[in-house]
Write a protein that binds this ligand. Structure first.
Ligand code: PMP
Length: 313
């Protein structure tokens, strides 16, 4: 890389991801607004990290949790949520959001059926991006002593990138915000054209980011560029981060750094880039950190381990 690249590593939060920040904020705002009452049930459609943050907040504050997730997500993620007291309902991935079987629809229906329940809805609940405006943004500003020139971050609900960007741009409007997306998501095309093009949407292996709709937490006006990364490049880069930097991070961290790599010709030596690493590698052991999983998808054709070489003899 032509300049200083820093990682804001969010794996040390209690739930091992950046989503702890917005989970607690959504609960606190719901309590303040009287939407979440003592003994109540928190309902959320989550791929795991938000659920973990919510489950921890629920344990401490005495709420029940029901999580609705998809069959694409790692089994470990669902097991972890169950371990901390959550109930997990798994829905099919390849249905449209408005389909009654989708995890969006099931979460909304449960919220109507379960008495004294609160559907967090991380996509449209603006407490999500507010959490990053109040914590992630100020921390990055302080930790770089105001020297940050670029913020690079994968985007799903848009909460992390939007909230952090809003704060940073208020401090210095010249800071460039680069959102990282995956092929199979419609966010990049929407950013460039304003068009919601369902032809862009196809299944992908990357986890936690990319969307097939545009959540309300996005404010595209604070984002300067969207970059798409392939499943393979994100996974390979995550493995490289673990091996070459000793940071055991998740899929989206690999995609984040890969996205930056694709844009490195735009950087100059004096720049200070901050990449946000959303979560921990332990959630992907059966996936991108598993050689069989990688090889089955053609992601590993050039990489052979010492074990592979010995067993071929
Ligand atoms: N990476 C991971 C691992 C995530 O769990 C999420 C949240 N779904 C994101 C990236 C994207 O963050 P956000 O929803 O704030 O855009």
């Amino acid at each position: 890389m032509p300049c200083l690249v820093l990682a804001k590593v969010e794996t040390f939060n209690p739930g091992n991801s950046v989503k702890d920040r917005m989970a607690l904020k959504m609960v606190e705002v719901a309590e303040k607004e009287g939407k979440l009452k003592p003994g109540g049930t928190i309902i959320e459609g989550t791929s795991g990290n938000t659920g973990m943050g919510l489950a921890l907040a629920a344990v401490v504050k005495g709420y029940k949790c029901v999580f609705v997730t998809t069959d694409k997500q790692s089994k470990e993620k669902a097991d972890i949520l169950r371990a901390v007291g959550g109930e997990v309902i798994v829905c099919p991935t390849n249905v449209l959001p408005e389909d009654p079987r989708s995890y969006y629809s099931v979460a909304a229906r449960l919220a109507k059926e379960i008495p004294n329940s609160f559907h967090c809805n991380q996509y449209d609940n603006l407490a999500n991006r507010q959490a990053h405006y109040e914590s992630t943004g100020p921390e990055i500003w302080k930790q770089t002593k105001g020297k940050i020139t670029h913020f690079v971050c994968t985007a799903g609900t848009g909460g992390t990138v939007t909230g952090t960007a809003k704060y940073l741009k208020e401090k210095n409007p010249d800071i460039q915000i680069w959102a990282i997306d995956v092929y199979g998501s419609l966010l990049t095309k929407y950013f460039r054209t304003g068009e919601i093009d369902m032809n862009e949407v196809h299944p992908y292996f990357s986890e936690g980011f990319g969307e097939d709709f545009v959540p309300k937490n996005f404010d595209m006006s604070v984002i300067d560029h969207f970059e798409q990364v392939t499943d393979k490049d994100g996974a390979v880069m995550a493995r490289r981060i673990a091996k070459e930097e000793g940071i055991f991070c998740g899929y989206s961290a690999g995609s984040c750094l890969q996205g930056l790599h694709q844009l490195k010709s735009r950087l100059k030596p004096t720049d200070v880039v901050v990449c946000l690493f959303h979560d921990h590698g332990s959630r992907y052991i059966a996936k991108l950190y598993n050689n069989e999983w990688m090889r089955e998808r053609g992601f590993l054709e050039t990489e052979l381990s010492i074990g592979d070489l010995i067993s071929k003899k």
